[in-house]
Ligand binder design. Structure first.
Ligand code: NDP
Ligand code: 8X3
Length: 252
């Protein structure tokens, strides 16, 4: 079999670009997301365009029992995962701490932190057994600083930052690489999801500046994944040229 990449949150944005990038490099793919119709069309496209094998797993990373089950029933040859991209994640709302919606908080913490952990526990155990592999965690500028009303989303991405460091330490004895890719503003479905389908509000986020595209981040993920065996990219922070910090941006 070819090398295998497992990508969570593969149906949109960074995850979808990443799936296409790894397929173009000849990787077979395990793709996890909730929207089955998108998984099906994506798998068909990647299979026919790049002649790779794609395993579609329609699952919610928050569902611990199901994640354990769907990963456990994979055939042994599919458990030889070379690269895990922990990408599934979201933001919900942008409210001060006293006005935040606790359901939004649960959704972010359960997806960005707990979901990432559930997938990592299983896949890292496969990697430890084989004494090889690479885990790439998608963090954020929100994991490096805190911006107004970003409170809980920023906390989840700070947690990803800490987990990235923790994984690097714990998996070091097993020769497993661990990388954080931390993007600034990337135009994907991210803002549409954050603002719960409010297209005008989502579009305004990128008004008057050129944001990153999902492919810019997929390129960085591939750069990290394609370094020689003795090189580990620990942490990369990637911003649009027009964005200096989480909140300082230059708009035309
Ligand atoms: P998108 O909304 O375009 O993509 C998010 C992906 O995650 C979708 O494929 C979605 O698929 C999947 N997903 C969401 N929740 C779950 C879940 N519970 N279980 C499984 N899959 C899930 O956003 P981005 O591509 O921008 O986001 C990808 C990652 O990048 C996130 O971790 C985000 O925090 C991070 N990031 C994004 C930035 C940006 O500006 N866009 C900047 C910095 C970091 P489905 O709905 O089918 O489940
Ligand atoms: C997503 C980008 O600007 O909300 O992590 O931090 S931002």
């Amino acid at each position: 079999m070819a090398k295998i990449a497992l990508i969570t949150g593969a149906t949109s944005g960074i995850g979808a670009a990443c799936a296409a990038t790894f397929a173009a490099q000849g990787y077979d793919l395990i793709l996890i997301a909730r929207r089955e119709n998108l998984l099906i069309s994506q798998a068909e496209e990647l299979t026919s365009k790049y002649n790779v094998q794609v395993k579609k797993i329609q699952a919610d990373v928050r569902d611990k029992e199901n994640i354990n089950y769907v990963l456990d029933i994979l055939p042994a040859e599919w458990k030889k995962v070379d690269v895990l991209v922990n990408n599934a994640g979201l933001s919900q709302g942008l409210d001060p701490i006293d006005k935040g919606d606790t359901d939004d908080w649960d959704r972010m913490i359960d997806t960005n932190v707990k979901g990432l952990l559930y997938v990592t526990k299983v896949v890292s155990s496969w990697m430890v057994e084989r004494k090889q592999g690479h885990i790439i965690n998608i963090g954020s500028i929100a994991g490096k600083e805190v911006y107004p009303n970003g409170n809980v989303y920023c906390a989840t991405k700070h947690a990803v930052d800490a987990l990235n460091k923790g994984m690097r330490v714990d998996l070091l004895p097993h020769g497993i690489k661990v990388t954080a890719i931390n993007p600034g503003m990337v135009e994907t479905e991210f803002s549409l999801v954050r603002f719960k389908g409010d297209e005008n509000r989502a579009k305004k986020v990128y008004d008057g500046l050129e944001p990153l595209m999902a492919q810019d981040i997929a390129d960085a993920i591939w750069y990290a994944a394609s370094r020689p065996a003795h090189v580990n990219i620990n942490d990369m922070l990637i911003m649009p040229t027009a964005q200096a910090t989480g909140t300082i941006v230059k708009r035309d």
